[in-house]
Design a protein around this ligand. Structure first.
Ligand SMILES: Nc1ncnc2c1ncn2[C@@H]1O[C@H](COP(=O)(O)OP(=O)(O)OP(=O)(O)O)[C@@H](O)[C@H]1O
Ligand SMILES: [Mg+2]
Length: 225
């Protein structure tokens, strides 16, 4: 088949469309690492940047945490959490390309299912709370990813680490340094996004809280949606 023929084929068009929809997983193996919180804030901010509207959603939110369904249950309970431009997707499969979404944000589960839930993601951001356990889990997660992602999502790229729910304590400051050291020690050094501090209104999922603005903006640049 000639190159021109390949360009014209419907299959090729579909593949091009498939490449246009980016799939960003928010993942870590650690429970309570702010995965669900981060998924919601990032989806909300990215929909703003991309100009999504109520009539034309541009960011899909996919809840792959089958054990708790925390995010989708919370949105069912408080529908105002779904801002214009963001659409909560049914089930755990990716949407069809022709739905017109530019980005899908996947909230993932903690524990053993964490790696499996990354299937078909092409971008990953890792939220991490700067505690002893947070740093240990981060190291393990990045190691497992190195060995397993070839099987799961060969083209997946870890975009950045996101220190989350950060308290103004000596311990958290020390662990933040450790997170930066882990990021720098990777085969391809990873950026560390501006940390999200612990705030009562983030705990309430008040989407006007500005603390996710700086990390969301930086990550948006890396994601090239
Ligand atoms: N920046 C923050 N400030 C205050 N509270 C926060 C912040 N980030 C997360 N939290 C709170 O920490 C708890 C854990 O967050 P979240 O549910 O997002 O974590 P998770 O990684 O999705 O947990 P799980 O592994 O159980 O799915 C929640 O109660 C959430 O509201
Ligand atoms: Mg969660």
């Amino acid at each position: 088949m000639t190159l021109a023929a390949t360009k014209r084929s419907p299959m090729a068009t579909e593949r091009t469309a498939a490449r246009r929809m980016k799939v960003l997983a928010v993942g870590s193996q650690k429970g309570g690492a702010a995965k669900s919180t981060t998924s919601l804030y990032l989806a909300t901010r990215f929909a703003e940047y991309l100009g999504g509207t109520e009539d034309k959603p541009i960011v899909g939110l996919l809840d792959r945490d089958g054990t708790s369904k925390n995010l989708s249950q919370m949105i069912d309970y408080r529908p105002e959490l779904l801002r214009p431009g963001v659409k909560l997707l049914d089930g755990e499969a990716l949407p069809r390309e022709d739905e017109g979404l530019k980005l899908v944000v996947i909230d993932t589960p903690p524990g053993l299912a964490a790696i499996d839930s990354l299937k078909s993601a092409n971008l990953l951001v890792v939220p991490v709370v700067p505690s002893d356990q947070g740093v240990l889990n981060l190291q393990r997660y990045l190691q497992i990813l190195e060995t397993q992602r070839i099987l799961l999502s060969p083209q997946m790229r870890v975009l950045a680490l996101l220190p989350a729910n950060v308290e103004n304590t000596a311990l958290h400051r020390a662990r933040l340094d450790d997170i930066r050291a882990v990021a720098a020690a990777q085969r391809t050094p990873l950026p560390v996004l501006p940390p999200v501090p612990h705030r009562a209104r983030i705990d309430r999922w008040d989407l006007t809280a500005p603390e996710y603005d700086a990390p969301a903006k930086e990550l948006f640049g890396y994601a090239r949606v």
